[in-house]
Design a protein around this ligand. Structure first.
Ligand code: HEM
Length: 117
């Protein structure tokens, strides 16, 4: 069974992603990156990306993440903070601890594409 299936499929991944961005927007150390961004679109795009990365049936059809994040100046520390917000979103959705860590490990695979500072 894929991580996508274990998490409960697209609806569950989308709900966790919405909470992930709510957590980010409530944190002044990282919220500013998303000023002026349509967060409903952002949630859908990141949920689609994560669904594919977690073994879901639809390939990611969006932009290359390295190009998307190229000029943002995201630091390793800020990326770690954001990963923490994903971990809390998963935990607050009732996802089991081992599945939380496996999901976080998949999100960690984009660190090298996102961190540029
Ligand atoms: C500190 C960490 C991060 C910051 C500050 C950040 C910031 C952003 C911002 C501002 C955009 C919007 C760009 C635009 O529309 O002009 C974006 C797009 C995106 N980000 Fe991130 N991001 C971070 C981490 C991540 C992670 C961990 C993932 C995936 C797990 C991710 C996936 C995406 C996707 C899928 C898009 C949309 C790409 C598209 O338009 O096709 N980001 N990010």
């Amino acid at each position: 069974m894929t991580l996508f299936e274990q998490l409960g499929g697209e609806a569950a991944v989308t709900a966790v992603t919405a909470q992930f961005y709510a957590n980010i927007q409530a944190d002044a150390t990282v919220a500013n990156f998303f000023n002026g961004i349509n967060m409903a679109d952002q949630t859908n795009k990141t949920a689609s990306f994560l669904c594919a990365a977690l073994g879901g049936p639809k390939a990611w059809g969006g932009r290359n993440l390295k190009e998307v994040h190229a000029n943002m100046g995201v630091t390793n520390a800020q990326f770690t903070t954001v990963i923490g917000h994903l971990r809390s979103a998963l935990t607050s959705a009732g996802v089991a601890a081992d599945l939380v860590e496996q999901t976080v490990a998949v999100a960690e695979t984009v660190r090298g594409d996102v961190v540029t500072a």
